[in-house]
Design a binder for this molecule. Structure first.
Ligand SMILES: Cc1ncc(COP(=O)(O)O)c(C=O)c1O
Length: 397
C-alpha cells in the first residue's frame, strides 16, 4: 500500500483511538520471520523480545515456531504465561541477576550468554550443567551501526577462550560463541569479520577438547529509516558464505532479530499539540516524545515522517519536541516537515515497531502510545523494498 493510502487509514484509526497511537501489522512480522528462515542456512530464529514484547507479537511468532532471546525474569514470566516452552528461550543478557538465573533454570531454561568470569560462576551455582555461549565484542564496527553495542557487551577473543575453559571447568557446557554487530548495522562485512573471530575461539576450544557447534549472530540487521540498507538476502549470503569459509559443516546458526523482525511492522502517529517560534527557531511539540515512544531519536535513529494531508507540501526545518518538562525531550533539531504544520496535525513516524513503546515511560503522568493491530496495512510488495546493492568485493576479506 502506498504512503497516502496508509496515511488515510491511520487517520481513521486515530479518530477512533486517539493519539499517540502505534499501529502494528502482524502480517509484516510473519513475512519477516519467513524471509529470515528462507535465507539463513541452518538457522534458528530467537526473536529478541526486548524490541517489542507485545503479547500478540509473541503469540504470533510462537505459532510460527520461533525461539526467543530473553533479557530478564519479567520477559521470561510473560512468555511462560503465553505458553512458550522454556526450551525455546535463551537468556541472552550478559548481565543477569542471580535470582533471575535461578528462576530461569527452575523453569526449564538451559541456555545462557556470558562475557565474564563472575557471570559464569553465577550460572554454575544457580543453573548447574547449563549450556552457555560466550559473547565476543565487535570492536571497530561502531561507525557502521546507528546503535553500537561494542563497549558494554562482549569480550576479546583471547578472553573468550579463557571463559570457555573456565565454564567447562565449572561443569557448564560451552556450546558456542555469540556476537552482535551493533543495532541497525549497514555493513554486511561486519558479520563476516565477526564469524572469522568466532572461528578462532572454536579452534582453540577444540584444542582444549571442547567441541562447539553454535554460532549466535545476534541482531543488527537494519530496517529502512532514512538511509538505504542492505537486504536480508544480502546479509544472509554473507553469513552463509562466512560460516562455510571459517566454521565448516554442521553448524547451528542462531539469529536474534529484534529491530528487523518488528521495526517495519509499526507506524506511530502523534498529534501536534503546540507550535511556537523562539528567535529563528520554529518549534513543534507532539504528544509522543523521547519518553513516550521516540527514545531512539536521541541517538542516531532518523525516522521517516510525514504529516497526514500535507504529504506534498514544501518542507522547512522545525525543532521537534515531546510534551514533557524535560529538555532532553527533543527528537530532532532539524526535522524537515511541511511548512504549514500546526496544532492538531498528525505526524506519522514510519518503521517504529521496534524499541518504541518498549522504551515508553509514564513520565510526567503522560501515558505511552496505545498499541493496536491493523493487519495487512503495512505490507510492502517486494519491489517496494529499497536496496542498495552491495558488491561481493565489499564483504570479501
Ligand atoms: C543479545 C541481543 N540479541 C539481539 C538483539 C536485537 O538486536 P537488533 O534489534 O539489532 O536486531 C539485542 C539488542 O540489543 C541483544 O542485546
Amino acid at each position: 500500500m502506498n504512503k497516502l493510502a496508509v496515511n488515510k487509514i491511520l487517520k481513521e484509526l486515530v479518530e477512533k483511538y486517539g493519539t499517540p497511537l502505534l499501529v502494528m501489522d502482524l502480517e509484516v512480522i510473519k513475512e519477516n520471520y519467513k524471509r529470515l528462515i528462507r535465507n539463513v542456512n541452518n538457522c534458528k530464529v530467537y526473536y529478541a523480545v526486548k524490541a517489542n514484547s507485545h503479547i500478540e507479537i509473541v503469540k504470533t511468532l510462537n505459532e510460527l515456531g520461533s525461539h526467543f532471546d530473553v533479557a530478564s525474569k519479567g520477559e521470561i514470566e510473560k512468555l511462560l504465561s503465553l505458553g512458550v516452552s522454556p526450551e525455546k528461550m535463551s537468556f541472552g543478557n550478559t548481565i543477569k541477576k542471580s535470582s533471575d538465573i535461578k528462576f530461569a533454570f527452575e523453569n526449564g531454561i538451559k541456555m545462557f550468554a556470558v562475557d565474564s568470569e563472575m557471570e559464569i560462576e553465577k550460572i554454575a551455582f544457580n543453573a548447574p550443567g547449563s549450556d552457555i555461549y560466550v559473547r565476543i565484542s565487535t570492536n571497530g564496527m561502531e561507525n557502521d551501526a546507528d546503535w553500537p553495542l561494542t563497549r558494554k557487551f562482549g569480550t576479546s577473543v583471547d578472553h573468550a577462550i579463557q571463559l570457555v575453559k573456565y565454564a567447562h571447568d565449572l561443569g557448564l557446557n560451552p556450546i558456542g560463541v555469540s556476537f552482535h554487530v551493533g543495532s541497525q548495522n549497514y555493513n554486511p562485512n561486519n558479520w563476516r569479520v565477526a564469524i572469522r573471530e568466532v572461528s578462532v575461539v572454536f579452534e582453540e576450544a577444540r584444542r582444549l577438547g571442547i567441541e562447539m557447534k553454535v554460532v549466535n549472530t545476534g541482531g543488527g540487521m537494519p530496517i529502512k529509516y532514512s538511509k538505504n540498507i542492505p537486504t536480508v538476502e544480502e546479509i544472509a549470503e554473507v553469513i552463509n558464505q562466512s560460516i562455510k569459509d571459517y566454521l565448516g559443516e554442521d553448524i547451528t546458526v542462531i539469529v536474534e532479530p529484534g529491530r528487523s523482525m518488528v521495526g517495519n511492522a509499526g507506524a506511530l502517529v502523534s498529534g501536534v499539540i503546540l507550535k511556537s517560534k523562539k528567535g529563528e527557531e520554529n518549534w513543534l511539540y507532539t504528544d509522543a516524545g523521547v519518553f513516550h515512544g521516540l527514545t531512539e531519536t536521541i541517538q542516531n535513529i532518523r525516522y521517516e515522517m510525514s504529516v497526514i494531508g500535507k504529504e506534498n507540501e514544501n518542507k522547512q526545518k522545525f525543532v521537534l519536541a515531546g510534551p514533557t518538562c524535560d529538555s532532553v525531550d527533543v527528537m530532532y533539531y532539524d526535522a524537515e516537515l511541511p511548512e504549514s504544520t500546526t496544532i492538531d496535525d498528525l505526524i506519522v513516524f514510519y518503521n517504529t515497531g521496534a524499541y518504541t513503546t518498549e522504551y515508553g515511560t509514564n513520565f510526567n503522568g503522560i501515558p505511552s502510545p496505545k498499541v493496536i493491530f491493523e493487519n495487512g496495512l503495512l505490507v510492502e510488495k517486494p519491489e517496494e523494498y529499497i536496496f542498495e546493492k552491495i558488491s561481493k568485493e565489499q564483504y570479501m576479506i
